[in-house]
Ligand binder design. Structure first.
Ligand SMILES: Cc1cc2nc3c(=O)[nH]c(=O)nc-3n(C[C@H](O)[C@H](O)[C@H](O)COP(=O)(O)OP(=O)(O)OC[C@H]3O[C@@H](n4cnc5c(N)ncnc54)[C@H](O)[C@@H]3O)c2cc1C
Length: 356
């Protein structure tokens, strides 16, 4: 579908690796093309640690093309990709271990979300191991191709599949950017200003290659803002405030705005409202899963500056809440909104007790 839109708009597509030659030219398959503007949108690539036996591991790139389901899987990482794949494997009946070298999942998210999602995933049967950092992988051909993972503390685990989701690196290696004068950050990201311009005025960059907020709708928005700046004469800076995001783990998790920790740093005095309950629909079942919701409010202005949720359809619910947060709604305006009963979402407009 996207391709049709591009072709209909007159875009010529070359399915080949491109390289920047200088500030106005790009080489593809031996031919050089010149242009007034060059946009770098080459994305990112999974990063693997340098440890013995790492060639036995896969990344999310390969995870979508597995020929058969493993019996036991170890997913390494504590970010959203690791949580999502651990949930997918476990949901498909795979004996799943999630190993993370730190103590709290989802760094950068509200601390309570990281702690609670670990509890929920563990309760569902994912073996979550903190302080577990793989030191080596060994293939054990005699035991049906299984892989032994040795951790830095000497512990070991056996698996049929080991997947690393330990971060991604902007795709700028051998792209010719540095020789064209484009400045890169230590992690390889193209350094851009608020208008996505690189250090070379004719070269811009958007999306994961700039390592700002690495999400599809953000990459798309950055491209739209850039198009306005360059071709409509409306200089439009990027707006990375209050970007909602979801983690499609089981249970679902979503968030918009500031974590409690970041809000405290920015505003000093804050009010926190939270609730944890068993969704009404689950009371008819034996499922113990709890829904968690939290609102973070700047005490001085009473604006809701963060909304967080773990529970069914969290992404769907937070998308709506994000509009209110983006518009600067106050806690009183949340409270003045009538809830839809009986939903989980109504709790976002009925939280009255401050917990901090
Ligand atoms: C497992 C996984 C799950 C994700 N889930 C979500 C999600 O649920 N929601 C969400 O919003 N985001 C999600 N993301 C993030 C999202 O995929 C990225 O933020 C988004 O794709 C970034 O878009 P982009 O255009 O910058 O890069 P990409 O989509 O990576 O596109 C870059 C393209 O450039 C091509 N390329 C690279 N180098 C060259 C070259 N030299 N010449 C020519 N072409 C080149 C690549 O082949 C690729 O096609 C997920 C990412 C992963 C890995």
């Amino acid at each position: 579908m996207y391709e049709r839109v591009l072709v209909n708009a007159g875009v010529e597509i070359h399915r080949a690796r491109a390289e920047v030659v200088d500030k106005n030219s790009v080489r593809v398959e031996g031919r050089t093309y010149t242009a007034k503007h060059i946009l770098v949108a080459t994305g990112s690539w999974p990063q693997l640690p340098v440890i013995p036996g790492i060639e036995h591991a896969i990344t999310s790139n390969e995870a979508f093309a597995l020929e058969r389901l493993p019996r036991r899987a170890v997913v390494v990482g504590g970010g959203y990709i690791a949580l999502e794949f651990a949930s997918i494997f476990h949901g498909l009946g795979v004996e799943t271990m999630l190993t993370y070298r730190g103590r709290r999942l989802l760094r950068g998210f509200d601390a309570e979300l990281g702690a609670r999602i670990a509890e929920e995933m563990s309760a569902k049967g994912v073996n979550v191991c903190f302080g577990c950092e793989p030191a080596a992988l060994r293939k054990r051909e005699k035991s049906g191709d299984s892989i032994e993972i040795e951790f830095t503390d000497g512990r070991t685990a056996q698996a049929d599949l080991v997947m690393f989701a330990t971060g991604r690196r902007p795709n700028t290696a051998k792209l010719g950017l540095e020789s064209a004068g484009v400045k890169l950050a230590a992690d390889g990201a193209v350094i851009v200003d608020r208008y996505s311009a690189s250090s070379v005025p004719s070269i811009h960059a958007v999306g994961d290659v700039t390592n700002r907020i690495n999400l599809t709708p953000v990459a798309t928005a950055e491209a739209m803002w850039l198009a306005r700046t360059l071709f409509r004469g409306e200089p439009t800076p990027v707006d990375h405030e209050n970007v909602p995001t979801a983690v499609f783990a089981n249970p679902n998790l979503a968030t918009v705005g500031l974590s409690e920790e970041k809000a405290r740093e920015r505003y000093g005095a804050i009010d926190v409202y939270k609730t944890s309950f068993r969704a009404l629909k689950l009371t008819m079942s034996d499922k113990a899963e709890r829904t968690f919701m939290k609102l973070v409010v700047d005490r001085a202005s009473q604006r809701v500056v963060g909304a967080h949720m773990i529970g069914a359809d969290a992404g769907e619910i937070i998308q709506g809440i994000a509009i209110a947060v983006k518009l600067g709604a106050t806690k009183a305006q949340f409270d003045a909104t009538i809830g839809i009963h009986p939903t989980a979402a109504e709790e976002f407009v009925t939280m009255r007790e401050k917990t901090a």
